[in-house]
Design a protein around this ligand. Structure first.
Ligand code: DCP
Ligand code: CA
Ligand code: CA
Length: 361
């Protein structure tokens, strides 16, 4: 048996804006992606719950939201993505410390497997979830909603059931009671396309979906998806909580002029390696492989790489390795004139030491 939490921040972008400017807290707040073409072209990114009372939704055209709210005192703000990214990063690092396994799934959502640290006990999981909510609020002033379940699916459904500031446990024994009357689109994996197909069959609730013959469902949705959605309707899901690592970090620049001279070209590697190095360290990774990317004046791309048996531990090593690779490439004697040059690092591993140091600072 597993115990998994799904955490989703409440009206994330709008809540950050409220915190930044507390006078917004009892107002209608709509955060917008202005496209800049005309004054009000673009869409609503999100809104606070006061705005949602009037039907304001993510993705809605801004002019429509303004029309609906025209007699109300509403505040329309542009998105400030860098700020939300930064706060998201802080919160994710905080959440990670509460989990055996951690998986961020979007800017404001993550799964935490906590089976071991709560000794497989749901009561302890509830206590931990409360503690997490308090920590997030204390550190960043934001509320979130948490679902607790024996798998990712039920945790995810749970986090959505009592928004905002919710805490919802769904045990396997409660699946029928909790899920049966929910509309099919509340089931993760049932998007607009599948909902339409199900509606056509007269299947409107998860209970009706669970009662529908699995073989017929496979004919309707395809074998794999039919099977998965059937299992989901019964509250079953085996997907592990696991961190998706980015595959690589790279940076490439165009030289001021094409060159086949080692000294000219290798100078630019200092800066490139420095940039790749600091990005990787900021993100909390180590890496074992370094690649050199070169684009010639013929616009052909050439790459060379080196993989070590252990992670690279200092910046000078990556500079040295890429310079060696450049030398090799130039010595191959193909009359190569270099136009663009880049460095990439891959075979990434999470830098656990770095993280624990950061969390004490
Ligand atoms: N977002 C966006 N455009 C969308 C959907 C979302 O820009 N169509 C952004 C704004 C949201 C953030 O992503 O604040 C997180 O999306 P959610 O779907 O989790 O929505 P909220 O956090 O805003 O609200 P909720 O309280 O329902 O989770
Ligand atoms: Ca959210
Ligand atoms: Ca979300």
């Amino acid at each position: 048996m597993r115990i998994i939490l799904h955490i989703d921040l409440d009206y994330f972008f709008a809540q950050v804006e409220e915190n930044l400017n507390p006078s917004l807290k009892n107002k209608i707040v709509v955060v917008c992606v202005f496209s800049g073409r005309t004054k009000d072209s673009g869409v609503v990114s999100t809104s606070n719950y006061k705005a949602r009372e009037y039907g304001i939704k993510s993705g809605m055209p801004i002019y429509l939201a303004k029309k609906i709210l025209k007699d109300k005192e509403a505040v329309f703000l542009p998105v400030n993505h860098d700020l939300y990214e930064e706060i998201s990063h802080q919160i994710m690092e905080l959440l990670r410390n509460f989990a055996d396994n951690f998986e961020q799934v979007s800017i404001d959502e993550a799964y935490l497997e906590i089976t071991k640290r709560v000794n497989k006990k749901f009561e302890e999981a509830q206590k931990l979830a409360k503690l997490i909510k308090e920590s997030v609020f204390e550190k960043e002033g934001l509320t979130c909603s948490i679902g607790i379940g024996p798998n990712k699916l039920l945790a995810k459904i749970g986090s959505d059931l009592n928004k905002p500031n919710g805490l919802t446990l769904i045990k396997s024994s409660e699946v029928k009671d909790v899920l049966s009357d929910l509309p099919t689109e509340k089931l993760p994996g049932v998007g607009r396309k599948y909902k339409k197909i199900l509606d056509n069959e007269g299947i409107n609730t998860i209970g009706e979906l669970a009662a529908f013959d699995v073989n017929n469902l496979k004919l309707l949705l395809g074998k794999k998806i039919g099977e998965r959605i059937h299992r989901a309707s019964l509250g079953l899901d085996d997907e592990p909580v696991k961190e998706e690592l980015p595959k690589q970090f790279s940076k490439i620049i165009t030289l001021k002029e094409d060159s086949d001279n080692f000294d000219n070209v290798s100078n630019s590697l200092n800066g490139l390696c420095g940039d790749v190095w600091s990005t990787i360290k900021d993100e909390g990774f180590n890496f074992k492989s370094v690649g050199l990317i070169v684009v010639g004046d013929d616009l052909k791309i050439r790459t060379k790489s080196k993989t070590l048996s252990h992670p690279i531990v200092n910046k000078e090593d990556i500079i040295r390795i890429t310079k060696d690779l450049l030398k090799e490439l130039l010595e191959e004697g193909t009359n190569l004139k270099i136009r663009r040059i880049g460095v990439k690092s891959y075979n990434l591993v999470k830098d656990l030491d770095q993280r624990s140091i950061d969390s004490y600072l």
